[in-house]
Design a protein around this ligand. Sequence first.
Ligand code: URA
Length: 433
Amino acid sequence: MRMYDIIQKKREGLELSVDEIKFFVSGYTKGEIPDYQASALCMAICFNGMTDAETAALTEAMMRSGDVIDLSRFGNLSADKHSTGGVGDKTSLIVAPTAAALGVKMAKMSGRGLGHTGGTVDKLESIPGFKTTLSGEEFMDTADKVGICLVGQSAHLAPADKKLYALRDVTATVDSIPLIASSIMSKKLAAGAHSIVLDVKCGSGAFMKTEKDAKKLAETMIAAGKAHGRNVRALITNMDIPLGTAVGNALEVAEAVSVLKGEKRGDIYDICVELASNIVSMVKEITTGEARALVKDCVGSGRAFEKMKEWIGAQGGDVSYIEDTSKLFGRYCKREIKAAQSGYISAMNTEQIGITASLLGAGRIRKEDTIDMSAGLEVFKKTGDRVGAGDVIAVMYSSDASRFDNAEKTYLSALTFSDLPVEKPGLIFGVIS
Ligand code: URA
């Protein structure tokens, strides 16, 4: 078999066989197939898609490219959650400790930033000492004792996805249903959790721009999970506005803490309640309504925040940075963005807002870039809000002030204004199970 022929076949829109997909996945994982051929194939998949059978074969091959974790010692208590990627999406930092405080075993693998979206592992690395790489034994012990363990993708777990993920991030080959579905589900299946909640984002800041595509992605991932005997639900959620107010790594950790401390409500709290309630409902086999009451009480009583501190400490993180999140920020510069006109914000191009955060240093432009943990944005006004000319609508943070001009231009170009009142957008478009 030759990689050249596989690329050509997909470029012509033909269906690849299971053996061709296995050949690609195994060759790329071993380093026998170079990045340029893998990116050519990913681009052909972006243009021509994959059949359900090809997507299933790609998911299976990537899942089997490394170890498959056995969480059977937790019975049906193990659960995982995954977002398809968004802007300001710090839900894992809130949902995981909340579910764990309610007895769920959250043994979870998370990703780094991808394209214009942030990644949980990058966010957690803004906490000094926090280890996102643990041995298999440490991972299991922490999940067992604390009820939560969250690590980056190890070299042993779905390594094919790990390599492809980094490649797709910089070759404009992220937003493809088969590539996203196989990337997410290969990891989720290899990570072993019995119940999985998927947060499928939809809108200008998501990889899926329409509700129809988001639903198709959700159904593809649910089918993959069910084929492997897992309990899977998907929430289709709005990514036409950034989630919460913080976009950037340390900023998002600080916002997650304020939600768990009960200081912050709004869209980020509401969505986390729904995600956690669906996990708890699946694991405890209770209704979502019953689970929601437990979740709200768990956050409101401070138990979820206590669990977060226990978890951060158990993975080597300095808990004083969670108790006082101002410590998370190194030396940084700050600049306000003011509205040039008055009116109602009628749309936010949320992908551009994610790109603004990257331009400030919060994301990677090239694979080898390091992240400025303090960089990012606080977004004060969102779609439906009225602003007056000169009002501060956002604040930018970066350790490099020369980045501000370009970032501000990008941010302002993301906003559309209307003279007439605009309805606030909905948050959750549906739950699929
Ligand atoms: N999250 C993933 O893990 N993979 C993708 O391809 C997109 C979002």
